[in-house]
Design a protein around this ligand. Structure first.
Ligand SMILES: Cc1cc2nc3c(=O)[nH]c(=O)nc-3n(C[C@H](O)[C@H](O)[C@H](O)COP(=O)(O)OP(=O)(O)OC[C@H]3O[C@@H](n4cnc5c(N)ncnc54)[C@H](O)[C@@H]3O)c2cc1C
Length: 527
């Protein structure tokens, strides 16, 4: 990858520290909002080795906002469920919610460097609005009330750049976070996992596979995921008394992998591509906004990989932040809007950590009592279907912002469902001509107009369009949407306001727009 000369402007609207998957996606999202950003990336190219592999449906939607979904779906391996085994007996076969007409599979397996590549290509497609500088490093940040001075180091020397806003996407060892004197708070688990990628051809279905105490590696827990290009990702737990440095040596890894492949009948030749070691962490900052510096992705939080909420939550950070930062930069909203980014995403991290902790504790019990409880659960699950829910790995799903300060007050209308209540991710639904409702989201505000007319007269709502809100009629023939958005007995016409990041902001019975206009006037988002 070529490295551009150090010709950074003296003054930039947005400087993104770190061109990993979150920084690159954020830059492309901002560009789609018409905002220029400069990405400063210390490395010369995309990441190497084995990191995130499971991309959630929500992440696919977010990547869809920048046009990076098609490449991801073509390259990736989609899946809907998995199997867990206790010793050599299957104790769980789970399926995530999915429909034949769905836009995206619940999960796609793909190596993280492909996600970075597709996000970068989406950024490049935005021309001058996204400028990525490889081999450039953020060395220092000095925020004041109106700007942030940033020292950027490259092979041609150090350059001072004055940014209106800095977003720290520089990962778990964030320089920006350290420069601000901030520390992640929380805990980390003792249990250690060896992460191994191997290349081996297989005809096995794409599923999440987990073994507890398998005969191939007694006492251990093993996870297997297929990835594109004939790659298996294998994660296995090492014993508490094992030296991690010894555990990652090929002479110790390869026999364990071979023993397990033999046990499950995968006998094709294989080669090892990657070995590393991992231990789960639940760490976060208390706030993701420090004046003119915002923090996103691993720079802001580290969550356990079990439940796959790391990169998936980082992309959600980017999706939440991009439209808010764009509005503030363009003077369409007050800077206070950015506080809601922190409130919503810190809440999401706490939810993700709670789920991730449950999954981690099941994968690697933290103490003897928990280990006994897990064994009892696994034994019972062999014959008792009701116990199997306890083993279900609870993969990443979008977090509700039910307490968000942006939610607009609810009236007393008798909605038949709360799936589309304020603060919820706007439900997906099929639309005419094979379209999906979520394809309308991701750029600006959308007002869903539910009414009995197939071609409603929207002119009475023209003043709302002038605020940058796009009207999206949803006729009764879109029965799935009517049902999921809670229309039916008692509500036969409604307006639902959806934020640019696909979350419901408010909903009102009727289509005259009176209550919605009042809520907008009171919201502070359109000052
Ligand atoms: C083994 C493993 C498995 C995982 N599996 C999953 C999974 O299946 N699903 C999932 O959602 N998540 C998973 N994760 C988590 C996921 O990898 C991270 O959450 C994700 O990489 C975070 O992206 P990021 O862009 O915030 O940070 P990073 O990917 O760490 O990127 C940060 C970037 O900043 C750059 N940088 C650092 N310092 C500076 C500086 N001073 N100046 C300029 N640039 C700098 C770095 O070079 C890097 O490119 C996994 C992680 C591991 C380790």
């Amino acid at each position: 990858m070529s490295n551009s000369a150090n010709t950074l402007p003296d003054r930039v609207p947005v400087l993104i520290a770190g061109g990993g998957p979150v920084g690159l996606t954020l830059s492309a999202l901002l560009a789609r909002q018409g905002v220029a950003s400069h990405v400063i990336e210390a490395d010369a190219a995309y990441c190497t080795g084995s990191r995130a592999i499971c991309m959630s449906r929500r992440s696919q939607e977010i990547l869809g906002w920048i046009g990076a979904d098609a490449a991801l779906v073509v390259k990736g391996l989609s899946w809907v469920g998995g199997r867990s085994y206790y010793r050599d007996t299957e104790v769980l076969h789970f399926q995530m919610p999915s429909e034949p007409t769905q836009r995206f599979a619940p999960m796609v397996n793909i190596q993280q460097y492909f996600v970075e590549q597709y996000a970068h290509e989406a950024a490049l497609a935005c021309g001058a609005l996204s400028d990525v500088r490889w081999n450039h490093r953020v060395a220092a940040v000095r925020p004041d009330a109106d700007t942030v001075m940033v020292d950027v180091v490259s092979e041609t020397g150090t350059r001072q750049v004055c940014a209106d806003w800095v977003v720290a996407c520089d990962g778990g060892r964030s320089t920006v976070r350290e420069q601000l004197g901030l520390q992640l708070q929380g805990m980390q688990y003792d249990g250690k996992y060896v992460i191994v990628d191997i290349r081996q051809k297989t005809r096995r279905a794409v599923e999440r596979l987990a073994w507890f105490d398998p005969p191939s590696n007694p006492g251990s827990t093993i996870l297997m995921h297929r990835q594109p290009e004939d790659v298996w990702r294998i994660d296995y737990q090492i014993r508490d008394d094992e030296d991690p440095a010894e555990a990652v040596k090929p002479e110790n890894v390869l026999p364990r992998v071979q023993s397990h492949l033999a046990m499950i009948g995968e006998n094709a030749p294989w080669e090892v591509l990657w070995i590393s070691i991992y231990n789960a962490k639940c760490l976060t900052l208390a706030s993701y906004r420090q004046g003119r510096v915002l923090l996103a992705g691993d720079a802001a939080h580290l969550v356990p990989i079990f439940g796959v909420r790391g990169l998936n939550s980082g992309l959600d950070d980017a999706g939440n932040l991009a439209w808010k930062l764009a509005r503030v930069l363009e003077g369409r909203s007050d800077a206070g809007l950015l506080d809601s980014y922190s409130v919503e995403r810190v809440h999401a991290t706490h939810e993700n950590m709670a789920y991730g902790a449950k999954s981690t504790e099941f994968m690697a019990p933290p103490d003897f009592a928990y280990a006994l409880m897990r064994e009892a659960t696994l034994r019972l699950a062999r014959n008792d279907a009701s116990v199997r829910a306890l083993i279900n790995p609870r993969q990443s799903t979008p977090v509700s912002y039910a307490e968000s300060p942006l939610n607009m007050a609810e009236g007393t209308a008798p909605w038949t469902s709360d799936l589309a209540a304020p603060g919820q991710p706007a439900p997906e639904a099929t639309m005419p001509q094979g379209r999906h409702l979520t394809q309308s989201f991701g750029a600006g505000f959308v007002c869903l107009v539910f009414c009995s007319d197939d071609a409603p007269d929207l002119s009475p709502l023209a003043d709302l369009s002038a605020l940058g809100i796009t009207m999206q009629p949803v006729p009764p023939s879109c029965a799935q949407a009517w049902q999921r958005y809670g229309l039916g007995t008692g509500v036969d016409a409604a307006l639902v306001l959806v934020r640019p990041d696909g979350y419901v902001m408010g909903r009102w019975p009727g289509v005259d727009g009176v209550a919605m206009r009042k809520a907008i006037a009171d919201s502070g988002v359109w000052p």
